[in-house]
Design a protein around this ligand. Structure first.
Ligand code: NAP
Length: 286
């Protein structure tokens, strides 16, 4: 299979290239410098030329706090841009797999969010991601899968474990919010599952929730990271109110699927974290 990837230099995009090639497919990688997805004509030309079977749209504005002051720019990428990819993909007969986010939910539930639950984003980023879901469904109604995932971490990008490791090496104590609960997701696991999904004979249309199994708060996640690295830093819990940020995050955004075998099940987030830590150790050793 020929598999195109937009946003290919990003954290998930990098792991997708590796997973595509490991599965014996051909990766056609478009970094932002190669292809700006806000340019509809450029997207159409690039995909027509590439002739992929599947397109993974990993291109996104991912600065959650920055989107509050730059909503139009975030929307151009996450909303309209996603629609351009789906339209161009459908026009050349490809299947679009678009990545969306748990931040489309308001976090008021206390049991896992399923695909059919009502969406109510709390942030500009969440609204832009929801606009993207709607644009993809509109432009490629029967040739798309929208994969909502959450709390991504991987060796190829800026992520929470990298930040915690950096801070914990410098400080004796860290305070981390304990009142936001979600599913940390290792991009290596997600990428492998996404490639298998794209290679299925019958691909699921519509929304799928795919995130690391289990759930935790950012505080619990941070403790596990610091313990895994055997650092002496003390991790203490605090509330979101004590650490105000420009964008409001859902207090609870655990994702599970109601679509049975259609949705891949990922390993527990702790297993993903162990793999991440192993990759980081190797990278620090060389
Ligand atoms: N990170 C998370 O915790 C998380 C959680 C849930 C869902 N997601 C979703 O998962 C997907 C992948 O996220 P990620 O963490 O891999 O993000 P990432 O590392 O920020 O990668 C996104 C990539 O998109 C590129 N990009 C930005 N604007 C673009 C444009 N106009 N045209 C083409 N490329 C553009 C970025 O390039 P520059 O770096 O040059 O701007 C970057 O390489 C996104 O859809 C994101 O919304 C992420």
């Amino acid at each position: 299979m020929r598999i195109a990837i937009t946003g290919a230099a990003g954290m998930l995009g990098r792991d997708l290239i590796t997973a595509v090639e490991a599965a014996g497919h051909e990766a056609i990688a478009f970094t932002r410098a190669d292809l700006d997805i806000t340019d509809a004509a450029a997207v159409e030309r690039a995909l027509r030329r590439a002739g992929p079977d599947v397109v993974f749209n990993c291109a996104a504005w991912t600065d959650v706090d920055g989107a509050e002051a730059h909503f139009e720019e975030a929307l151009a990428v996450n909303g309209a841009g996603a629609g351009h990819v789906a339209r161009a993909g459908a026009a050349c007969g490809a299947w679009t797999i678009h990545i969306s986010s748990d931040y489309v939910f308001d976090g008021s539930k206390r049991s896992p969010y399923l695909e059919g639950d009502p969406v109510e984003p709390l942030s500009a980023y969440g609204r832009s991601k929801l606009a993207g879901e709607r644009a993809v469904a509109l432009e490629a109604p029967d040739r798309h899968t929208i994969v909502r995932s959450s709390w991504l971490f991987g060796a190829g990008g800026h992520c929470f474990p990298a930040t915690i490791l950096r801070l914990a090496r410098d400080r004796d104590e860290l305070r981390v919010v304990d009142d936001q609960v979600g599913c940390p997701t290792f991009t290596g696991d997600l990428a492998t599952a996404l490639v298998a999904l794209g290679a299925r004979e019958s691909r699921p249309v519509g929304i799928l929730h795919v995130a690391g199994s289990g759930a935790c708060s950012w505080y619990e996640f941070a403790r596990e990271i610091v313990a895994g690295a055997e650092l002496r830093c003390e991790v203490r819990p605090c509330t979101t109110a004590e650490m105000p940020r420009p964008a409001t995050r859902p207090a609870y955004s655990v994702l599970r699927s109601s679509r049975g075998n259609e949705a891949p099940v990922l390993p527990e987030w702790r297993v993903g974290l162990e793999q991440y830590m192993a990759l980081i150790r190797v990278a620090r050793a060389v």
